[in-house]
Ligand binder design. Structure first.
Ligand code: NAG
Ligand code: NAG
Ligand code: ZN
Length: 245
């Protein structure tokens, strides 16, 4: 049983004012720095396939990175979703922010950007007690202001250099074809994009991709490991404060 049962994703939430202090723009990451290494990343969770996916990763000794939303396919505060987030963390996978509602960040104001970011950070602090050091903007859309706000929040911005195409409507066979082509080109390193909300990605494409990549001699790393950096800005342990969002 998970102790936090009173947090919910309300439909209407106000926008708080946030300091306009400018700091250095966030570092932008588009590839994994480690040679012969693949970072497997999953966006848009938490979702119902999460535990199965983590069991597959664990069975293969692969540590992956999860870019988590607050209120996208599911509300992060639903108890089964909090369980999935905790499961990923407890099994040593990296948790990172994909922001709260999965909006196009390039269309948002300074305050709205802070809002989209801090709500997820707060949720991850409440559920597992970590403040993420990495953020991936939904759709890979960002502008200078997005980089500035991320920098002010102490986060690096992560894109990708390989997309399995699941959200673009590719079939499992086509996504596997993309992985096959990737392996045959054998780039020095790879930063992949996958979506844990796609059934076939979880049950078909990823097991295939891991096998192909392993056979080709690649190692696997989290995004933080790709840069030798810390996955989190702070680790405080889960909180159980009785507050609503
Ligand atoms: C996001 O917004 C920007 C700025 O309006 C626009 O150029 C871009 O096409 C949008 N991207 C998506 C995926 O909607
Ligand atoms: C995945 O999708 C297939 C086809 O829609 C379905 O039969 C299967 O039950 C789904 N698997 C899970 C775990 O939801
Ligand atoms: Zn996304």
């Amino acid at each position: 049983m998970f102790p936090i049962v009173f947090l919910v994703c309300l439909a209407a939430i106000g926008t708080l004012a946030h300091p306009t202090t400018k700091r250095d723009a966030a570092q932008l990451i588009t590839s994994c720095n480690k040679p012969n290494t693949v970072a497997i990343t999953f966006d848009d969770g938490p979702y119902i396939y999460g535990k199965d996916l983590i069991n597959t990763l664990d069975k293969n000794n692969v540590k992956a990175t999860f870019f988590i939303n607050g209120n996208n396919f599911r509300c992060i505060y639903d108890s089964d979703m909090m369980d999935n987030v905790k499961y990923a963390y407890d099994h040593g996978h990296q948790l990172a922010s994909h922001t709260w509602h999965h909006k196009n960040l390039s269309t948002l104001s300074w305050d709205q950007l802070h809002d989209e970011m801090w709500r997820v950070e707060q949720a991850l602090q409440r559920i597992v007690g970590v403040n993420p050091a990495f953020m991936r903007p939904p759709y890979g859309e960002y502008n200078d202001q997005v980089l500035q706000v991320s920098g002010a929040r102490g986060q690096k911005v992560v894109i990708w250099d390989f997309d399995n195409g699941d959200t673009a409507g590719l079939s499992a066979a086509q996504s596997k074809g993309r992985y096959k082509d990737l392996v045959s080109k054998h780039p020095k390193n790879v930063l992949t994009l996958n979506h844990e909300t796609h059934n076939t990605t979880v049950y078909d494409v990823i097991p295939y991709a891991i096998r192909k990549l392993k056979d080709a001699g690649y190692k696997f790393a989290t995004v933080a490991e790709c840069f030798g950096g810390d996955p989190y800005q702070s680790i405080v342990g889960p909180q159980t404060k009785d507050v609503s969002v």
